[in-house]
Design a protein around this ligand. Structure first.
Ligand code: 5GP
Ligand code: ZN
Length: 132
């Protein structure tokens, strides 16, 4: 299927994967709104919330808690916002939940280690350290 997130699941497009289980994959957003911006997707293709089955909804929810804790533990964020677009406003038509770390006194632009914004690769190294 010509879906960019299905290609990520199949390994045809690389991603900075920070969490994976049988049903779900979480990886860093390529154009982050903040340091550590992550996406959680089902491995099976569902277009959006309207199409999701209850099993995958549950798996995404449970994974989002794990990933949120991972981001909280590895980044100096003070909060995490979850959001999920459906149809209008949805760029990629494969269900995905955004996890966006929040940093005090900022909206989405952030500071980690005194720097305004880190490269996705740099964030990946920080988060990954605790996974392996
Ligand atoms: P949406 O607007 O559909 O809710 O969000 C789609 C998100 O996917 C955007 O934040 C965008 O930066 C991200 N994105 C699009 N293509 C890729 C990709 O190839 N790799 C990664 N890691 N993120 C992507
Ligand atoms: Zn897909």
């Amino acid at each position: 299927m010509d879906c960019i997130f299905c290609k990520i699941i199949r390994g045809e497009i690389p991603s900075y994967t920070i969490y994976e289980d049988e049903q779900v994959r979480a990886f860093l957003d390529i154009q982050p709104l903040s340091n550590g911006h992550a996406l959680i997707i089902p491995k099976k293709h569902f277009e959006n919330l309207y199409d999701m089955d209850s099993e995958n909804l549950k798996c995404i929810e449970l994974a989002s808690q794990k990933v949120a804790k991972l981001l909280k533990e590895t980044l100096d964020c003070q909060g995490i916002t979850r959001l999920q677009n459906n149809e209008y406003g949805q760029e990629v038509k494969h269900y995905h939940m955004h996890l966006i770390p929040r940093y005090k006194n900022k909206m989405f632009k952030v500071q980690v280690d005194g720097k305004e914004k880190l490269e996705v690769e740099e964030i990946f190294r920080k988060v990954q350290k605790s996974v392996s």
